[in-house]
Design a protein around this ligand. Structure first.
Ligand SMILES: [Zn+2]
Length: 97
């Protein structure tokens, strides 16, 4: 059973992964208002993450979720990096090579 809001959240997540679409454009496209959009973000962790990444100005296309080989923290990357990007983890992962 699929709730309509789940489908909307999924569509919003997909659209917002692309920098081509602005948040207001996506809301218009999916015919949702501010309140509904906020509810979607609260209900959908993936959508919230995509939005957070956009706000940080990251490119979210092709991002994969990985776990840092050093500290175990999960992180997103579009490269083959196997550490979270912290200076200490970068050093240790280089030593391990
Ligand atoms: Zn790390």
């Amino acid at each position: 059973m699929t709730e309509p809001s789940e489908t909307t959240a999924e569509a919003a997540t997909l659209l917002l992964r692309s920098p081509r679409w602005s948040v207001s454009e996506v809301m218009e496209l999916l015919e949702i208002g501010d309140v509904e959009f906020r509810r979607l973000i609260e209900a959908d962790a993936r959508l919230a993450r995509v939005l957070a990444a956009r706000q940080e100005g990251q490119v979210v296309i092709g991002l994969t979720e990985r776990q840092c080989v050093v500290c175990g923290e999960s992180f997103s990357t579009a490269t083959y990096r196997n550490h979270c990007g912290a200076a200490a983890c970068a050093r240790v992962s280089k030593l391990n090579r």
